[in-house]
Design a protein around this ligand. Structure first.
Ligand code: ADP
Length: 546
């Protein structure tokens, strides 16, 4: 959920507080005003009742027509309705109407109270006048007995009008204060938020590795304390990271300078760290191996078993493990040597005397000797390239690429013709790259040889060279068997073959692509492969421009 800004947290409470304060003060003032106004009206009505009482005289006359006349004049002149009510509730005289038109008044509580000798008032809403009216009932006492009640009433017009005016004013002031609360809340939010924002920025920089970052100390006490704590934490972090980096560097220096291979794995058998010597020994790319399972990066069952054993026991253990490459070479050489030995022994045991069998066996021996020769040739090429790579003595000069491709195509021509495969070459005469022509030719021969070997007869192979994105690319495209995606990351490893038997049958050594990879590396380039099973493969050599 998106977070609300600090301003919108503060504004409602500021506005509500201001509004409540205005309404509260307004309400109290209004009540006070109404009370004092009403008490003045009450006093006035009481004084008028007393005055009327005086007009009636000490002895109440039986003929009260003159008094009624006086009331009819005096009442309207002072804006008051005057009524004299007898203890029966009957109206004796009234300043507005004729008494006989008026109903009995005993149902009004204030009149009943006044008849018991106590002056009382009441405020009611009068529907006919559509406003509030104050009624004052004052007993008329003669000789300790109640003669009747003076019932005086007057509308509270002035009070109600003043009250509405004040209410509107209070509302307007409240609204104005509510509006003023917005800039106030904004100002406070900005003031409170600024140091927090600065601290957030400092924390971001710290998280980004700028260990020297410190937050500015703001003025108010609480954010200042927070900034100081943050800075203390940053200093400690800087110190600890510094120590860790130093330890790490020392460890790295020791591991790098060691001739012995060191490799560490976690309890999931994931590679945590490895030094260059172990990388070289196991043929691993250091950065690619880190974090991956050991058995994914090193195909050596003995080593994997040894590591699992070490993880399962408390004591240090040791074992001899024959590494991949050596084991593979021995295995690769052993197969033809065993075969040659077997057939030679069979020949010596008498088969030599049977000319047909002798010829058949000798052909097999010759084929296996060829195979041995091919493996040894490839191994020698590989080690020569590796040595030159290490010594950095491979001469790279700007040379035309087409000549190299033509020479490679010529070398592979016999194989191509045998399989009825046309090699189609597309390359501009002018195209040049910084290359070692002989080495590059060997790489292209290996790729072309594979393209021909792994294609059905009659399928063309295209060799296309050109320039794109600042590099020279040479692509060898076939419409052969293709390679399943799970093998693509491994085919450049030494002796890795997708189908071992097929490779052998076709005279492959399993070293062709490893040689290509090294040659391309020696040219400061890279080789990529794009292949779909059953559709074909494209191997591309990328070289820096001349
Ligand atoms: P090999 O001598 O077996 O050809 P390489 O190192 O040249 O050895 O190639 C390794 C493996 O990659 C081959 O055994 C083959 O399975 C596969 N491969 C290489 N090139 C192609 C290709 N053009 N088409 C199909 N598979 C190929």
């Amino acid at each position: 959920m998106p977070k609300r800004r600090l301003l919108w947290h503060l504004f409602p409470s500021y506005a509500a507080t201001a509004l409540l304060a205005v309404l509260g003060v307004g309400w109290v003032a209004l009540r006070q005003f109404e009370q004092s106004h009403l008490s003045a009206v009450r006093d006035d009505l009481r004084a008028r009742a007393d005055f009327l009482d005086g007009q009636l005289g000490p002895e109440i006359p039986n003929d009260r027509a003159p008094f009624a006349d006086f009331c009819r004049r005096f009442g309207p002149a002072s804006g008051i309705r005057i009524t004299l009510i007898l203890p029966t509730g009957q109206v004796d005289c009234d300043s507005q109407n004729r008494p006989e038109e008026l109903e009995n008044q005993l149902n009004r509580p204030e009149i009943r109270r006044a008849l018991s000798g106590e002056a009382r008032d009441a405020i009611r809403y009068n529907q006919a006048l559509d406003q509030r009216v104050i009624y004052m009932a004052v007993p008329v006492l003669r000789n300790d007995s109640v003669f009747g009640v003076f019932y005086l009433s007057t509308p509270l017009t002035a009070l109600d009008q003043a009250r509405s005016r004040i209410e509107i004013q209070i509302l307007l002031v409240g609204l104005a204060i509510g509006v003023c609360a917005l800039p106030l809340a904004w100002w406070v939010a900005r003031d409170v938020g600024r140091p927090l924002d600065q601290m957030r920025q400092a924390a971001d920089r710290l998280a980004g590795g700028q260990w020297g970052t410190r937050a500015a100390i703001p003025d108010p006490q609480e954010p200042a304390a927070l900034a100081e704590s943050f800075n203390r934490m940053a200093s400690q972090l800087q110190q600890r990271i510094g120590i860790l980096i130093q330890h790490n560097n020392e460890q790295k220096a020791v591991l790098t300078s060691m001739a012995e291979g060191v490799l560490a794995v976690d309890n999931q058998e994931r590679v945590i760290s490895l030094n260059e010597a172990s990388g070289k020994l196991l043929g691993l790319n250091l950065s690619q191996a880190r974090g991956r399972r050991l058995h994914e990066v090193v195909r050596n069952a003995d080593l994997t078993r040894f590591i699992s054993r070490a993880l399962g026991c408390q004591e240090p253990i040791e074992a001899d493990v024959l590494f991949d490459f050596v084991a593979n070479v021995s295995h690769e050489l052993k197969t033809p040597v065993t075969s040659i030995k077997g057939f030679v022994e069979t020949l010596l045991d008498g088969a030599m005397k049977d000319p047909d069998a002798a010829e058949r066996f000798l052909r097999i021996v010759a084929k296996q000797a060829d195979r041995l020769h091919a493996i040894i040739e490839d191994l020698l090429s590989l080690s020569k390239i590796e040595q030159s790579e290490d010594a950095a003595d491979i001469v790279l000069e700007p040379n035309p690429v087409r000549a190299v491709l033509e020479a490679a195509a010529n070398t592979c021509q016999a194989g191509a013709i045998e399989r009825n495969i046309a090699v189609v070459l597309t390359c501009d005469e002018q195209l040049k790259a910084r290359i070692n022509p002989l080495l590059l030719e060997q790489a292209v021969v290996n790729l072309l040889d594979n393209a021909i070997k792994y294609s059905e007869p009659g399928r063309d192979v295209h060799v296309t060279a050109g320039e794109s994105n600042g590099e020279v690319t040479i692509s060898i495209v076939d419409r052969g068997s293709g390679i399943a995606s799970e093998h693509l990351s491994r085919i450049f490893e030494r002796f890795y073959r997708v189908d071992r038997a097929r490779s052998r049958k076709l005279g492959g050594t399993g070293l062709g692509l490893a040689i290509v990879k090294h040659i391309v590396q020696a040219h400061h380039g890279r080789v990529t492969v794009d292949s779909t099973l059953g559709v074909g493969s494209t191997f591309t050599v990328h070289l820096p421009r001349a």
